[in-house]
Design a protein around this ligand. Structure first.
Ligand code: SF4
Length: 482
């Protein structure tokens, strides 16, 4: 489907281990699902930075040789990238490194600024020269500009947060400090924890903290800045809350539906349990007489369990995913159906059965149509498609790459028309007013606590006027005409 993860960030400040680069590698491996276009690690050794970044998966970019080249150090930051803004080229790989008279900094970012174009125009007009086309460089510029006016990097970041709008979960590193921050709405997840040796780790998702043997302490609060520094008696942590509790909490609901790993816990809510709840709600909203519930691997499986539990229709494994295929697989021969290479149906399970097929979304409808065909060819008698999210109707300005509005099938067709187009016997979506079921008791007011703008158009911030992905790459002559 044409939805892509945004990015994943990971940082570590060690108490006594020195192989921080390797630890970041493990953390990024656990966050690979959040971005497969490129990745990078910057290691801080005695205040000096060494880095390696490139396009590709973590395992490709950090083969044995490149990993061995990273020096021992006290701190490090890492990033996995899916480019929601900026071209997919090496220069846009993160973490971004800045060398300035006021100090050195490495910065990794997840999210999109909603005022990036405006800020970048202002910076360019004041003489700034950009080397990348990503929002992250804009953030780095703003922090550096503020650094000139104030003493510490955390003060500079605090001031920068008055200027930045939109979604940003940041991990940054100065020669002496590891710092993380989450935007005041908390669009994107960010949490921190501690390893057995007293080192602190910061990550987009809790699964990455567990991957390095750490325990999660808590989520970073929306608007909060955490500053970690090494002291003689261990690592000191300071929380700066000047931007906390001023805006409504707006975690991206699609993190729970699709992006995040089911073993992660975000803002106190298990992603797996959230998906099971959505499946249960779906069964209440769209019941059907059927013999078996199956999920589309991977993110449809948990909701399928929920549908099965609620409906008491047995759960089965009817679709198998090729384990060796990444989310970015591109078939060299486009005549072949890519869905068939990624997924196959187990004939023995689905033959002659009335199937409830659970998926997390329908974007253009192409993949859903192919899945239905695959199951029919395997002998399924009926296929009732159920989607654990409402129909996509609007773009996202906070770091999720959703197809343009004119390609979204739900913008052109009714639910029954979509069912016919994809060849399903029936189709049902999770109603937008029931999205709160994903948040369970944590946020009992269903209409707050999360962003659902791509489903209901209710954007928590002002939205940008120029939203082209290549907006920073147009020739000057065109830019001048604007
Ligand atoms: Fe998430 Fe949709 Fe909001 Fe974007 S618009 S942050 S994808 S809920």
């Amino acid at each position: 489907m044409s939805i892509h993860e945004e990015c994943g960030v990971f940082g570590m400040i060690s108490n006594n281990t020195t192989d921080v680069g390797q630890m970041i590698y493990y953390g990024l491996y656990a966050l690979q699902h959040r971005g497969q276009e490129g990745c990078g690690i910057v290691v801080n050794h005695d205040g000096l930075f060494s880095s390696h970044k490139d396009l590709g998966l973590v395992s490709e970019v950090f083969g044995k040789e490149n990993l061995a080249k990273l020096p021992q150090g006290e701190m490090a930051v890492g990033h996995v990238r899916y480019g929601t803004t900026g071209a997919n080229n090496r220069s846009n790989c993160q973490p971004i490194e800045v060398n300035h008279q006021k100090g050195r900094m490495a910065l990794a970012h997840n999210g999109n600024l909603s005022n990036a174009a405006k800020l970048r125009d202002e910076l360019e007009l004041s003489g700034a020269i950009f080397h990348t086309t990503s929002d992250t460089e804009t953030i780095a510029y703003i922090i550096t500009k503020e650094r000139i006016k104030c003493g510490s990097i955390e003060d500079a970041l605090t001031n920068a947060m008055d200027i930045l709008q939109g979604a940003y979960s940041l991990v940054l590193m100065s020669p002496q400090k590891l710092i993380c921050a989450r935007d005041p709405h908390g669009f994107r997840p960010l949490c921190f924890g501690k390893t057995k040796d007293g080192s602190f780790v910061v990550a987009s998702e809790s699964c990455a903290i567990h991957a390095v043997g750490g325990e999660v302490i808590r989520d970073v609060e929306p608007g909060e800045i955490l500053v970690f520094s090494r002291q003689e008696n261990g690592i000191k942590m300071q929380s700066i809350q000047r931007h906390c509790y001023k805006e409504e909490r707006k975690i991206c609901i699609f993190e729970y539906i699709y992006f995040a790993r089911p073993d992660s816990v975000i803002d106190g809510i298990s992603v797996h349990s959230a998906r099971v709840s959505a499946g249960r709600e779906l069964a209440k909203e769209h019941p059907v007489d059927a013999d078996m519930v199956i999920g589309v691997p991977d993110s449809g499986l948990d909701a399928a369990i929920g549908y099965s539990l609620e409906s008491r229709i047995p759960y089965g494994i009817g679709l198998i995913k090729n384990k060796y295929i990444g989310r970015t697989f591109i078939a060299p021969d486009h005549r072949l159906d890519q869905v068939r290479i990624k997924l196959s149906a187990i004939e023995d399970v689905v033959r002659d059965k009335r199937i409830v097929l659970i998926d997390d979304s329908i974007v253009r409808g192409t993949t859903s149509g192919r899945l239905v065909k695959l199951l029919r060819e395997a002998g399924a008698k009926e296929i009732h498609m159920r989607i654990s999210a409402p129909p996509f109707l609007h773009p996202c300005y906070y770091g999720t790459d959703i197809d343009s509005e004119e390609h979204l099938i739900a913008n052109k067709h009714t639910v029954s028309e979509i069912a016919e187009l994809i060849g399903a016997d029936s189709l049902g979506y999770l109603p937008v007013e029931k999205l709160g079921c994903l948040m369970q008791e944590r946020y009992p007011d269903y209409f707050s606590g999360y962003c659902s703008a791509c489903f209901d158009g209710k954007y928590p911030t002002e939205i940008p006027t120029d939203t082209r992905k290549d907006r920073f790459e147009m020739p000057l002559s065109q830019k001048e005409k604007k």
